[in-house]
Design a protein around this ligand. Sequence first.
Ligand code: GUN
Length: 283
Amino acid sequence: MSSKKIDGKAIGQEIRNELKEEVASLVAQGVQPGLAVILVGENSASETYVKNKEKSSKEAGMKSILTKLPDTVSEEDLLAEVEKLNQDDTIDGILVQLPLPKHIDENKVIRAISPEKDVDGFHPMNVGKMLIGQETFLPCTPYGIMQLLERSNVDIAGKHAVIIGRSNIVGKPMGQLLLQKDATVTYCHSRTEDLKKFTQQADILIVAIGIAKFITGDYIKEDAVVIDVGMNRDENGKLCGDVDYESAEKQASAITPVPGGVGPMTITMLLKNTVESAENKLK
Ligand code: GUN
């Protein structure tokens, strides 16, 4: 059967249009949402990502500031920078781009961010709130995937969702969000034996492995919904996902492309969390 492409570019734009209106309404009330990004060291992937964040937040009418620190920065100085932003009333969201250099304790930096400004949803307090279903900032990639599923009218309740990947940023929170919407959730990872046995049972398959075109059509149940979180370069240097789109789309009822699927959603949800944080100030 032919499949339906889930268009993250269009859905992301739709949400950013909604946000633009919310931002305008906040500005009219004297509050301009502000996002601060801290980038440590030189990493071209991170720089591209950070540039896109700045561009999107400005387009939405938000304030955006970028602090670049050398990769020799001490943990103490980085923590001081975070604290300065915690105290800054014009800043509603703080994001420290990961990964950080080896000499800096990432967990310590994440814990230093005020939970009220933790728009990444990485602070242990916010992770805990998410786990028990309390309102909080949700991690941007899983949050964006939930929006893709919901806005594409994918049924979640009672469905078997299989997640490949167990990172703190994507896999783990993804499973929890799907569980909260009453999916039956299976986590697979690098030590899973007979991966195909699980993926072939998935009504919803979320793929975050980090290996180009690893999941081919034979891993996919007919009419499954396939979400590809991967961002790789193929043998010709072209951007591609963890799913082999060509063979997968023959099996799937709906599938996200790379690029133009999950990617545009991550930044969008970061902006949404920042706007929400600014709205919380008025409550
Ligand atoms: N590095 C890769 N993805 C992310 C993200 O979502 N947030 C942060 N802070 N760093 C990242």
